[in-house]
Design a binder for this molecule. Structure first.
Ligand code: DP6
Length: 364
């Protein structure tokens, strides 16, 4: 005899969200608290257009689910890692009543503790290849769970939760130019993201990403920055003396759309971040020969023009992110890159992604 089906257990409530990744122009590197993910300095980033590098996450809840589960790019992954659990716990503790009249579903605030979620997440770009996949991933997870559980917190408060998934994720809760304020509090309540300018500000900038390698990086950001904090004296100088001044100058450059300052600060900060990696024991090499050739190409071009045309920045991997002052310059840059690295040449440069700045999109 077939088991009786409990009709009250059959509903599923679902929310889908899409979140773009962000690229830091003043880098976050180093934590003062590993568990809460509190950084040693402020950072500033640009959020990309969701069409290019983004994560799409669907979260669902049903009384029929027996435990929390997650799939990344179609493969089930373990939720045992502390960071997922922290984000889930923080959002669950803020869950409110949900009433979906159309589906006849009513979840009371107190019911959330007994309900489990299923999470399905897709990246439209290589995961863990130094293209900030964890940033888009955790921001999207927190945003989608917040919608599902009717969490009333604003984006900045949500950013402090996403931060506990992956530091850089807090900046993807906003579009445009975003600052992650390091905060002073030991508990991390004031370590959150704020929007400096929205996605319409300075919209002639064009971002080009040269995917030098889509392989997973050898040293994860988390391990790399732990080693740096433990061994690099240069990091202490950077965090205390250099970055605070640079943050102020970068905010001014963004406000005034001053590309010359913006480009100088972006390139110098990327180079100092990689210098700090070299100053780590054992040294960390994120860039490769192709990355160095791209830096030379941009530096020579900027020098020959007398004023910067393009800014470059590299995260924890060899891929180059270039920001062109306008669309015409971006087209010229693409031509130069294709000329220098023709398709099928020995340089392992396999694709370019074009992106604009953009806003967080709720597809739910
Ligand atoms: C080089 O945010 O990936 O991209 O907080 O340990 O998850 P965890 O690190 P993550 O580090 C990003 C470092 C960076 C610079 C930046 O995005 O600011």
């Amino acid at each position: 005899m077939a088991a009786a089906v409990d009709e009250s257990q059959k509903w599923v409530l679902m929310v889908t969200a899409q979140t773009p990744t962000n690229i830091a122009v003043i880098k976050y590197w180093g934590k003062r608290d590993e568990k809460l993910i509190l950084p040693v300095n402020d950072s500033i980033s640009v959020t990309l257009d969701p069409g290019h590098l983004c994560t799409t996450t669907t979260v669902s809840v049903s009384p029929a689910f027996t435990h929390d589960r997650m799939w990344l790019n179609g493969q089930e992954i373990s939720l045992a890692g502390g960071r997922f659990q922290t984000c889930l716990r923080e959002i669950r503790s803020r869950a409110c009543d949900v009433h979906d009249k159309e589906k006849g579903i009513k979840i009371n605030k107190k019911d959330w503790d007994g309900l489990h979620v299923h999470i399905a997440s897709f990246n439209n770009f290589p995961t863990a290849a130094g293209l900030a996949s964890s940033a888009a991933g955790f921001a999207c997870l927190v945003f989608a769970l917040g919608k599902l559980m009717n969490v009333k917190e604003d984006q900045s408060q949500l950013s402090a939760i996403a931060r506990q998934g992956s530091g850089s994720a807090c900046r993807s809760l906003y579009g445009g130019f975003v600052k992650w304020i390091m905060g002073k509090d030991d508990k991390g309540t004031d370590s959150l993201a704020v929007q400096l300018a929205d996605e319409k500000h300075w919209d002639e900038l064009v971002i080009i990403i040269a995917v030098v390698s889509s392989r997973q990086k050898e040293t994860s950001s988390t391990t790399g920055m732990r080693d740096t904090v433990e061994t690099s004296l240069l990091l202490q100088h950077r965090a205390k003396e250099v970055v605070p001044k640079r943050i102020l100058k970068m905010e001014e450059a963004i406000r005034n759309r001053d590309f010359t300052s913006f480009a100088q600060l972006t390139c110098t900060d990327s180079n100092q971040f990689h210098a700090v990696c070299l100053d780590t024991c054992p040294p960390i090499f994120y860039m490769n020969d192709t990355s160095h050739r791209i830096i030379s190409l941009v530096e020579k071009w900027n020098c020959s023009e007398g004023t910067p045309q393009v800014a470059y920045t590299f995260d924890a991997g060899p891929n180059a992110v270039m920001i062109a002052r306008d669309r015409k310059t971006a087209t010229l840059l693409l031509q130069k890159l294709l000329y220098t690295f023709p398709p099928n040449s020995d340089a392992d440069l396999n694709s370019f992604v074009l992106g604009d700045k953009s806003i967080l999109k709720d597809a739910g």
